[in-house]
Design a protein around this ligand. Sequence first.
Ligand SMILES: *Cc1c(COP(=O)(O)O)cnc(C)c1O
Length: 380
Amino acid sequence: MNSIGANPYRSYVLVSREQIARNYRSVRAAVGAGVEVAGVVKADAYGHGALEVARVLCGEGARWLAVSSVDEGAQLRAGGIHGARILVMGGFLAYEGDAVVEFDLTPAVHSLAQIRDVDRLAAASGKGIHYHLKIDSGMGRLGTRASGGEILAALADTPHARMEGLMTHFASAADYTSPQTAAQLAYFDEICEALHAAGIRVPHLHTSSTNAIGYGRTEGWHTLVRAGHALYGYVSPARGDAPPRLLDVKPALTWKAKLMAVKELPEGALVGYGGSFRTPRAMRIGILGAGYADGIFHRLSNRGKVIADGKLTAILGTVSMDLTTIDLSHTTALAAGDEVTLLGTEGECTLDAQQLAKVAGTISYNILSSISARVRRVYV
Ligand SMILES: *Cc1c(COP(=O)(O)O)cnc(C)c1O
């Protein structure tokens, strides 16, 4: 397990391209041939590396990618991703309009006023800009709350911009105790029907991300789904009486850190800032070359675990910016330069982002997207 020096970085993640490809295929198989799968690669592909993941997905035939910002979309184009459409889910601000055109991005538009902005941009550039109109169907975040009639009036007014999609986002798709998803769908369907009745054909309707795919809310799949978390191996735990999961996905990322030192402490010694841990007996400790600046949550101080020599072992004291101290009393096998596992499988033990999240008081998305840029990405 501890292949010393194989990857000469204090802390790094190994990302399995093949596992990401398998997860994408699992989503593809679940939704079937009639539904497009947009691979969500925002936030550097949830820490996995947006460009590499985009290449894998394009290699699997993905026709759509989705990012949060214009900047993220532009970076994919600059990195050579040209074979897929790129949906910018967070939309754009006025100063980003030229980049939308230049990098051939497809913005989500969140207001009727912004349809007019796209229309002006399309007229000025001489290019037909496609956009997806986002409906706030009850999440109360981005999206227009305009009625079907108001949307129709805006469309009649904007001949240069091309509405290619109508979309919304669910707030509670994994919660089977809540009526919110059904209410959001009913609201969305009413808008779709108003447009349909007026003869407007929208090529893509989309509402579902991982949880609505994973728990088979087929009524929300329409013509396209937006899958992020599932590509990285996760579906959120459900609340209430959920149907069985459809997706067979597994984490694609292993996170390692090297020991900077291993040493013995006597009983009664204090460890780390604030002296928040005192050794109850003589202990062997290891000091890892990774801390909260790498993405090890400070909240894991005196609570979290890592895998060392194939066994779960405790984080001792407070997590520092660049260093984290762990208990190595169970093994004499590790020395400075050897590695431990922060996320992933070693021997019989596994730590995944959902387990870490529970201890850190957050969600797996937050754990993955917090693995910082200092942590080198290695692709296998
Ligand atoms: C992030 C995001 C997604 C992907 O969600 P997952 O739960 O990771 O699949 C889909 N749609 C929107 C609007 C998003 O912001």
